[in-house]
Design a protein around this ligand. Sequence first.
Ligand code: FUB
Length: 518
Amino acid sequence: MKRLILSAALLPLMACATVQADPALESRAVHAAVNPILADGVDYTTDPAPIVADGKFYVLTGRDMAEDGVNDFIMPEWQMLATGDPKSGEWTHYPHFIRPENVFTWATPARAYAAQIVQGPDKRYYFYAPVMQEGSTNKDGFAIGVGVSDSPLGPWVDAHPAGPVVSQSYPVANDIQNIDPTVLVDDDGRVFLYWGTFGRLKGVELERDMVTFKGQPVDVKSLTGFFEAPWIFKRKGTYYMAYAGNKAGPESECTEAVYYACIAYGTASSPLGPWTYRGVMLEPVSSTTSHPGIVEFKGKWYIAYHNADAVGGGHFRRSVAVDEVLWDDSVSPARIKTVVQTRNLPPPVPARNIAAAARVTASNAPVPVQYWLRALNDGKVRMAPLPPDMWATWTPDNPKQQWAQYNWDQPVVLNGARIQFWGDQPAGSGVGVAPPKAWHLEYWTGSAWSAIAAEYPTADGFNSVSFAPVTTKCLRAVFDASTDGKTFAAVAAQEWEALTPEATVVTPVKGMASKECS
Ligand code: FUB
């Protein structure tokens, strides 16, 4: 994608009459026919916060800059996207919108986490930003600062130069990580701030100065599975709180693996609650974190969120997508329909690996929620996997043998397999997770399991196995745990491929394996 750097002299021409962009702001035109908006892997955009101003749809985003294999939020600055129509695909991208140290003299550079811009009762724009407080003596140094500007495009000045408006020690002590602010300016001009993460959500009314607490914060405990990323908005007199939820388990309506998040929501008839949980509106995305921003624009509702779908994307290289939000107004309060994620995935190519067409189960099902059984056949091997990027069997007391199993709806012909193990301990360990001492495959004959004769390596990287073709509905990989002669290590695998003699195009199936073949 060609990068067009517009000169500062052109910028005023692009701006609407009432929006005076910061003349120093670099911008470029982007055509994004599909999600994610910036998909080429040059600029990763995160934690979207849309705002409608001067007839435009803006999305404030963070920037992920983690190197491949680094599992950390390396986020030095915020970016901005703007369009006259989110469905047009025509965007203006401001790649270097704000850095923490540009607005807040008391903030350290980096950790430019999820922020939001809202228009205050005085019609000025307020930028709520979690940043690290320089020299903080709090246990957790995150704090929320507020910038103010006459335009959603800045320039910004600190609205509270004395320091953060929220920290673990200001204005009232708290013990949460003070990030992910979301603000609602109600129709009557009252202002409400919510924020929080790691299962803790706080809310408070602010004075009309947008920075001063009015009363004591409330703790919200009624939003099922709340993890982080709250987003408050109002529609037809009802208050809605969307959030990243991580109530996990094989039967959970939210997420199978705890690191992943659904976007759930609740409603309330007043801005400080009480909140009633209403369900899931966005299924887990391809990144572990999920983060909603929801606004109405020209009569339609949109959600901006991020995922790992861009070129080179990952859990720490996320990219913003926008999709429409539809409502069920037949009930009161109106419910949000499950968002259809429009994803631009590469077309499937013929391959010998048909694991994606199988349902999967394992000896340790239900698998502990930090792992993810379906990572086995998701087609992804990562340099530095997180626990949900693999199936694993760790317990404090590991058994001597474990297995994983694929079930196909129809009989398939197989003549090979590949498996990539993961370990934090060397072969021969009796603790932690280690490559198995040995493993083998078995196929279901229709009435019994039959071992498949082959060479079964246990090296780093993919271990390939070839064997005489078998026809079956079920394939099982049986692992003899690594042992030091006293105890047994756990087994973990990032990916297990089941290979057919000829390449075919596979349609992935959802759902876990049935009891068939046992
Ligand atoms: O981007 C850093 C963190 O990841 C945000 O604060 C969370 O909401 C999650 O998206």
